[in-house]
Design a binder for this molecule. Structure first.
Ligand code: NAI
Ligand code: MG
Length: 794
C-alpha cells in the first residue's frame, strides 16, 4: 500500500473517554438518589424510584426518586423560607455564590461531561467542549448581574419562588440557563430535570452543598411529567420557567392562566437554514453539519429546513452527501464520534415514523451507505430533497438528525418560505453579501438569527422565540426581566380591586327625558367602530348604552362582535409591514401630530372625561398629551445593544415590534391609558386593535376623530367597542394576533391567558383600575429582542 493510498483509507481507531470516574460517583451513591430539598437529601414521599439509562447501550445507570405533589409542596416551602434571607442577601454575596458555582463546574468539568454523555447519549466532544463550558460561562456571566443588580436594575425586586422545568437535550446547560439568572436576581428555585437525564442536576445539587449555598435556595426534584404538573399547579410558586415541547408548553399556559404566575416558555422550532447562491458553499456545508447533526438534531433551534437557492441546489446537495458519508455515528464516549445516541427508544420511534411519512409524502430520501450500530438508540444522518413546503417533514419538529431541503428562486420567496411555519425560534442565513443577509435577517420572524454561522450560544446573548416557539428570553440583560418585578407595585396576585359599574337602578331607568320642554336635544351622535381607517357600523347591529358614574345616560356605542374583531385584525395585519418598516422618525412625527390634534380638542375631551369618570378631565388630557410626546420621543430612542459574545462577531440585540396587538383598556383614566399603552405600542411599530374600557368608551370613540385628522396610516390603529371579555376572548384565540394586553378583572386574566395558548401569543395582564404601568415596562412589553450574530474575520 502506498502512502497516498494509506492516507485515503486511514481508518479511525477507537478513542474512548474513560467512564470510570462517573461510574465511581454513581457507585458511591449506591446507584440510588433521593430528592434535594432544603439543602438535604431525602427519600420521596411515595417511596417510588425509576431508572435512568444510558441510551448508547440501554444499561441502567442509577435509580432516581419520583417526586410527588407532597414533595413538591415540601420543596416550595423550603424555597419560600429561603427566599426571605436570599432576597435580602446583598448582590455582591449572591455574586460570590454564583461565582463559586461557575468555578466548581469548571473544576469538575470532565466528570460533568462524562456523566452527561452517559445519561443523554450525546458525544463527549460536545459535552466536553460545548455544554459544560457554556454552563460555567452562564454562572460567571450571571454572577456579574447579581453584582450589578442594585445599580443596573434599580427599582426592581425578585419575584419569589420560581418553578423550573427542563428537557433532556441539554440537561445541565438548561439547568444553568434557568438557575443562574433566577438566583442572580434574588429568587429561590425548585427545578425539575427531565426524567431521561436527571444525573448532572443531582451532581450539581452536591455542588450547592459543597459551596455552602443557604439551604432551600436551590431545590432539585426528579420525576416525570406528573411532578412537573404538580410544580406548575402549586399556589406557592410565583413563576414558571419551562423549556420543552410546544404541546406541554400549551398545557402549562392553560394551567397557569389567571393565577398571576409569571411565565416564560422556550418551546419547539423548525428553523430555516438559508443558503443564497453567493454563499461560501463549503462553509455552508459545515454549517449544516452543526445545524442539524449537532446533538443528533435534538435541538430546539436545529436548522432542520434547508432552503437553498435553485441555481446552486444540486451542487450543495452533492457536497452535503459527500460530507454525510464521512460523518461517524457511534459510541458517544468515543472522542472521534460526530453523532451519538438518540436519547430514548420513544424518540427514535418518533424519528422513524416521521421519516416514513416523508417518504410516503413523496420526498426523496438519502442516507449514507454505512450502517449505524445495531445495539443502542442510533439513527443515521438523513437528507430529504424535493420536499413540498406544506408536507409534514417541512412543518413538524422531527427532533432528530433529519434535514428537509427545499429550493427558492428570489430573496422574497426565501423569506416567505422561511416564515412559513408556526414556529419562530432561530434562522441561519448564508451569503457573502452582508446587505442581503441583514435585509433577510430583519424579515424573518425568529428570536435569533445567525449570519454565516449557526447554533452559536452565549450567556451574553438572549435566546428565545416568537409565535409557537414561546416567549421570554434567556441570557443577556433581556433575560433578567423574566426574574424581576417592579419593586414599588405589589404583585398583581395580591391585589384585587372592584370595578365600577353603574347602579342597577340607573341601568334600568336611564333618564332619556329632557329636563324641560324648551330643551333643545343635541343631534344624536352615533359612535361607530373604527376599522381600517374608516368608521364602521358594528356587525351585530346593536348598540350599548354608556352611563356616567351617577347613572346619567351619556350616549351609545356599537356592540362589536367576533366578526368586527376579525375585520380589525385583518386591517391591522395588512398595515403591519409598512408601519414596522416606516422609519422611527416618521412614526414619531405621526405621534406628535396626533398629540397636536388632540390638544386642539382638549376642551371637548376634558368635558367628556369628566362626564364619564367624574375625574378632572383637563388634567387627564394634559397627561395624555405628555404620554403621546413620551411615546413619540421613544420611537427613535428605544435602542438595542451589541452583546460582547466571546467569539469574533458582533451580536446585535434589536428590539422589534411584536406585531398585531390587541389592547383591552383599563377603566381608570381612559384617555391617558389609551395614549400611554396604545401610543407606546404604536411608537415601536406594532399595529393595534384597541378595545376601550366598557365604562368609558366614548373617550375612545371621540379619539378616532383625532385619528382621522392625523396622518396615522389606515389599519394601524383600530377601535372596537363592546363587551370586554367577549372581545378579549376572540382576540386571545385569534391566530393572527401576536400579543394581548388585557386590563380587567382577575376572571378575565384566566380567560385570556388560557385562550392565548392556541398560538402562544404574548399576554400582559393588568388591573382595570389603579396606577398605569410605567413607560419602561410598556416599552419592554411592546417589543421582543432579536439577536443577530454577525461574525467577522477575513
Ligand atoms: P416534554 O415537553 O414532555 O418534556 C420536557 C419537560 O417537561 C420534562 O422535564 C418533562 O418531565 C416535563 N413535563 C412533561 N409533561 C409535563 C406537564 N404536563 N407539566 C409540567 N411538566 C411536564 O418533552 P418530551 O416528551 O421529552 O419530548 C417530546 C418532544 O418535545 C420531542 O420530540 C421534541 O420535539 C420536543 N422537545 C423540545 C425541546 C426543546 O428544547 N424545544 C426539548 C425536549 C423536547
Ligand atoms: Mg438517561
Amino acid at each position: 500500500m502506498t502512502l497516498t493510498e494509506l492516507m485515503e483509507t486511514l481508518p479511525y481507531g477507537p478513542a474512548p473517554e474513560a467512564a470510570q470516574p462517573a461510574l465511581d460517583w454513581l457507585k458511591a451513591h449506591q446507584g440510588k438518589f433521593g430528592l434535594f430539598i432544603g439543602g438535604k437529601w431525602r427519600d420521596p414521599a411515595s417511596q417510588e424510584w425509576f431508572a435512568t439509562l444510558n441510551p448508547a447501550n440501554a444499561q441502567k445507570l442509577a435509580e432516581v426518586a419520583q417526586a410527588s405533589a407532597v414533595d413538591v409542596d415540601e420543596a416550595v416551602k423550603a424555597a419560600r423560607k429561603a427566599f426571605i434571607g436570599w432576597s435580602q442577601t446583598p448582590g455582591h454575596v449572591r455574586a460570590r455564590y454564583l461565582y463559586a458555582m461557575a468555578r466548581q463546574v469548571q473544576k469538575h468539568a470532565r466528570l460533568f461531561a462524562v456523566l452527561e454523555t452517559l445519561d443523554n447519549g450525546k458525544p463527549i466532544r460536545e459535552t466536553r467542549d460545548i455544554d459544560i463550558p457554556l454552563v460555567a460561562r452562564h454562572f460567571y456571566y450571571h454572577a456579574g448581574w447579581a453584582q450589578l443588580m442594585e445599580s443596573e436594575l434599580a427599582g426592581y425586586a425578585p419575584l419569589g419562588v420560581v418553578g423550573q422545568i427542563i428537557p433532556w437535550n441539554f440537561p445541565l446547560l438548561m439547568l444553568s440557563w434557568k438557575i443562574a439568572p433566577a438566583l442572580a436576581m434574588g429568587n429561590t428555585v425548585v427545578l425539575k430535570p427531565a426524567e431521561f437525564t436527571p444525573l448532572t442536576a443531582l451532581l450539581f445539587a452536591e455542588i450547592c452543598q459543597s459551596i455552602g449555598l443557604p439551604p432551600g435556595v436551590v431545590n432539585i426534584l426528579t420525576g416525570d411529567g406528573k411532578t412537573g404538573a404538580a410544580l406548575v399547579e402549586h399556589p406557592g410558586v410565583d413563576k414558571i420557567a419551562f423549556t420543552g415541547s410546544t404541546e406541554v408548553g400549551r398545557l402549562i399556559r392553560k394551567a397557569t392562566a389567571g393565577s398571576g404566575k409569571k411565565l416564560s416558555l422556550e418551546l419547539g422550532g423548525k428553523s430555516p437554514f438559508l443558503v443564497f447562491e453567493d454563499a461560501d458553499l463549503d462553509s455552508a456545508v459545515e454549517g449544516v453539519v452543526d445545524a442539524i447533526w449537532f446533538n443528533q438534531g435534538q435541538v430546539c433551534c436545529a436548522g432542520s429546513r434547508l432552503l437553498v437557492q435553485e441555481g446552486i441546489a444540486e451542487r450543495m446537495y452533492t457536497k452535503l452527501r459527500a460530507r454525510m458519508e464521512k460523518l461517524r455515528v457511534g459510541n458517544p464516549l468515543d472522542k472521534a464520534v460526530d453523532i451519538g445516541a438518540i436519547v430514548a427508544p420513544v424518540q427514535l420511534q418518533k424519528i422513524q415514523q416521521l421519516v416514513q411519512k416523508g417518504v410516503e409524502e413523496g420526498a426523496r430520501l438519502w442516507q449514507p451507505s454505512w450502517a449505524v450500530p445495531s445495539e443502542g438508540c442510533f439513527y443515521p444522518p438523513t437528507l430529504f430533497t424535493e420536499v413540498a413546503p406544506a408536507s409534514t417533514i417541512a412543518q413538524e419538529e422531527i427532533f432528530g438528525p433529519v434535514l428537509a431541503a427545499l429550493t427558492f428562486r428570489t430573496p422574497e420567496e426565501a423569506v416567505r418560505l422561511a416564515n412559513n411555519t408556526r414556529y419562530g425560534l432561530a434562522a441561519s442565513i448564508w451569503s457573502e453579501d452582508i446587505n442581503l443577509a441583514l435585509d433577510i435577517a430583519t424579515q424573518i420572524k425568529a428570536g435569533t438569527i445567525w449570519i454565516n454561522s449557526t447554533n452559536l450560544f452565549d450567556a451574553a446573548s438572549g435566546f428565545g422565540g416568537y409565535r409557537e416557539s414561546g416567549f421570554g428570553r434567556e441570557g443577556g440583560k433581556e433575560g433578567l426581566w423574566e426574574y424581576v418585578k417592579k419593586a414599588e407595585s405589589p404583585h398583581p396576585k395580591a391585589q384585587s380591586r372592584k370595578t365600577r359599574a353603574p347602579s342597577r337602578a340607573a341601568k334600568e331607568t336611564p333618564s332619556l327625558q329632557p329636563a324641560t320642554f324648551s330643551f333643545q336635544p343635541p343631534i344624536d351622535r352615533t359612535a361607530k367602530l373604527f376599522i381600517g381607517g374608516r368608521q364602521a357600523r358594528p356587525d351585530s347591529g346593536y348598540s350599548k348604552a354608556v352611563y356616567a358614574p351617577d347613572g346619567q345616560l351619556l350616549g351609545e356605542v356599537g356592540l362589536g362582535n367576533r366578526k368586527d374583531i376579525r375585520n380589525a385584525v385583518e386591517a391591522a395585519r395588512a398595515a403591519f409591514e409598512a408601519w414596522r418598516k416606516a422609519s422611527a422618525h416618521n412614526r414619531a412625527q405621526i405621534l406628535y401630530f396626533l398629540a397636536e390634534n388632540l390638544s386642539e380638542r382638549a376642551e371637548e375631551f376634558g368635558h367628556r372625561i369628566h362626564a364619564q369618570t367624574g375625574q378632572d378631565g383637563h388634567a387627564e388630557v394634559e397627561a395624555a398629551l405628555e404620554a403621546l410626546f413620551t411615546a413619540a420621543a421613544w420611537a427613535d430612542k428605544y435602542e438595542g445593544v451589541v452583546h460582547p459574545t466571546p467569539i469574533r462577531n458582533v451580536t446585535l440585540a434589536i428590539p422589534e415590534p411584536i406585531g398585531v396587538m390587541g389592547i383591552l383598556c383599563p377603566d381608570d383614566q381612559p384617555l391617558l391609558a389609551l395614549a400611554r399603552l396604545a401610543g407606546t405600542a404604536l411608537a415601536l411599530g406594532n399595529t393595534l386593535v384597541v378595545v376601550p374600557s366598557p365604562l368609558a368608551p366614548l373617550v375612545a370613540t371621540d379619539f378616532y376623530q383625532v385619528l382621522e385628522t392625523s396622518d396615522i396610516p389606515a389599519g394601524t390603529f383600530n377601535i372596537v367597542t363592546g363587551e370586554r371579555d367577549e372581545l378579549a376572548k376572540t382576540l386571545a384565540e385569534h391566530d393572527d394576533v401576536d400579543a394581548v394586553w388585557y386590563a380587567g378583572p382577575q376572571a378575565g386574566h384566566a380567560l385570556v391567558e388560557r385562550a392565548s395558548a392556541g398560538n402562544m401569543k404574548r399576554t400582559w395582564m393588568l388591573l382595570p383600575s389603579g396606577p398605569l404601568p410605567n413607560t419602561d415596562e410598556i416599552l419592554r412589553q411592546a417589543t421582543q429582542v432579536k439577536n443577530i450574530w454577525v461574525p467577522y474575520g477575513a
